[in-house]
Structure formats: structure tokens, C-alpha cells
Design a binder for this molecule. Structure first.
Ligand code: SAM
Length: 263
């Protein structure tokens, strides 16, 4: 469709896209990779055109691909048709998606957050697992949350693994970054409840007082919510653990909290 078919792994565009698997490269370029025609289409519909669009023969001629190509070229991006082998190397998968897009990362500052624009926001302290982070962004989108605030040193929401787990919600949910001190200062002006989640809390997550907009604060996978962060919350709650498991997976706990806080 573009008239240009790339077959070599040493092609500079192919090398640049593959390099985006490295966090350092993503941070330096401000770019990231999203795979699949559905997700690329989602981005285009939300007004974010790819800077690079790669596709394999399999996708050629698909009306949504034509639309994505038009949006990429209009935004002065690059479009290349590539071999299955290149798609597999770019995705690091044997069965790669037939369409891969490169997009600009978007991080919002805390100052841009309008708390009252949504009933629930999610704060994640030092989240480590990209699959958890991506799943939480997807759940936040599904529940209509205002955004996901990454507090402290977190894994990269724009890694290939995290973006995959968002299933396209990475383009719909604002991602905000703040260090602990910034968050502690900013939180003072929060107009609703800041709800911490602690395994040692005595309040049940369903009976705790919630005042919208709620900011649900989740802890790290290993250490949980630190005492400093828990002390910043209006209330700390626990989801009952009725069996032998001592805690829930972070993304599962976040989903339960989001739906309790938006009810
Ligand atoms: N060992 C950690 C601890 O002691 O907190 C476990 C952390 S847990 C795997 C990760 C995060 O998920 C927690 O910080 C909390 O935010 C949330 N979480 C998991 N189970 C929970 C529960 N039963 N009630 C409330 N939050 C929970």
C-alpha cells in the first residue's frame, strides 16, 4: 500500500523500533510501541497518529489499516510494509500482530489534574510489574477513572508489556507522574477522600466512608503501602481475606477498590 517493502533487519527504522524495547531508549526518544490494528485504530480515533506505522502483508488492504496509514502520513509519519520475520523480531513474538505503531508518550503533570472531572482516580506507589500496571490502566478506563498517578519510582507504563496489558487504554487514560514529596504536598488540596489500602487496616473496603472524588492509593507488590503514604490517607481499608491467601494480586485489589470507590 505504501509502495515500500522493508525486508532487512538492519533497516534504520526497523532498528529504531526494536530499540524501543529498552527503557533508556524510550526515555530518550519519548516514544513507545503499540501492537495490533485494533489498538493502533483506537489511538488514531483518539487523535494520536503513529510516528511510524509498520504492517505485514496479512493486514494489507484492511480498511482500518488504510485509515491508520492516512492518519500517519497526514501527521508526517513514516509508513513501511515489512516481512513477517521483521514483525516477529520487533514484537519478540513468534506470532506477531500484523500492525505495529510507534507513538509519542504522554505524561500529565499533577498540576493538570482536575479532581472533580471524575469520581475516582488511582494512585500507585512504586508499582513494579508492567502487567499489573497495564491491567490497572485498562480497569481504570473501564470504570471511568480520571487517571492513574504513578507515585515514586515505578515501572514504565510505556513498556511493550505494560502497553499490551492495557489493550489500548493507554491512549484513553491520563498517566501522571509524581515523586513522593510532590504527591504529599499536592494531596493536601484533594477535595474528596484519599483511600489507602493496607492489609493491617481495620476498616472494611465496603463500609469505609468514601467522599467523591475518591483517590484510591495502592501499595507496591512486595512491601505494600509504606507507613508514610498510608499516613497521607483519610482512611485506610482492607478487602477481606477469607481463605489462606494473605493478600490479593495488586491489579485485582485495584479493580475491587476502583469499583467500590465509584459505586
Ligand atoms: N506483602 C505486601 C503487604 O504486606 O502489603 C502485599 C502487597 S499486595 C500484593 C500489593 C498491594 O495490593 C497492597 O499494597 C494493597 O494496595 C493491595 N492489596 C492486596 N490485597 C489487599 C487487601 N486484601 N486489602 C487491601 N489492599 C490489598
Amino acid at each position: 500500500m505504501s509502495g515500500r517493502v522493508v525486508t532487512s533487519l538492519t533497516n534504520p527504522t526497523v532498528k529504531a523500533v526494536r530499540a524501543l524495547h529498552q527503557r533508556k531508549e524510550r526515555e530518550e526518544t519519548g516514544l513507545f510501541v503499540a501492537e495490533g490494528l485494533k489498538i493502533v485504530t483506537e489511538a488514531v480515533e483518539l487523535g494520536q497518529a503513529p510516528t511510524i506505522l509498520m504492517y505485514g502483508k496479512e493486514a494489507d488492504g484492511h480498511p482500518l489499516l488504510r485509515q491508520a496509514i492516512a492518519a500517519t502520513l497526514k501527521a508526517k509519519g513514516e509508513v513501511i510494509e515489512v516481512t513477517q520475520d521483521i514483525l516477529a523480531k520487533v514484537s519478540r513474538r513468534d506470532n506477531p500482530q500484523a500492525v505495529v505503531g510507534v507513538f509519542r508518550q504522554v505524561f500529565q503533570p499533577l498540576a493538570k489534574v482536575d479532581p472533580k472531572s471524575a469520581t475516582c482516580w488511582v494512585g500507585l506507589h512504586r508499582v513494579r510489574d508492567p502487567g499489573n500496571l497495564g491491567t490497572i490502566v485498562r480497569t481504570a478506563d473501564a470504570a471511568g477513572c480520571g487517571g492513574v498517578i504513578l507515585v515514586g519510582e515505578c515501572c514504565d507504563p510505556y513498556s511493550v508489556e505494560a502497553v499490551r496489558a492495557t489493550m489500548g487504554s493507554i491512549f484513553a487514560v491520563p498517566i501522571i507522574k509524581a515523586d513522593e514529596a510532590e504527591f504529599a504536598a499536592w494531596r493536601k488540596s484533594w477535595p474528596g477522600s484519599v483511600v489507602g489500602t493496607l492489609l493491617t487496616a481495620t476498616s472494611d473496603h465496603l463500609s469505609a466512608p468514601y467522599r467523591k472524588p475518591n483517590l484510591v492509593l495502592m501499595g507496591n507488590e512486595q512491601q505494600g503501602l509504606t507507613p508514610d503514604l498510608a499516613a497521607l490517607c483519610d482512611v485506610n481499608v482492607k478487602i477481606p481475606m477469607r481463605g489462606r491467601a494473605d493478600s490479593l494480586n495488586l491489579s485485582v485489589a485495584t479493580g475491587i477498590m476502583i469499583y467500590a470507590a465509584t459505586a
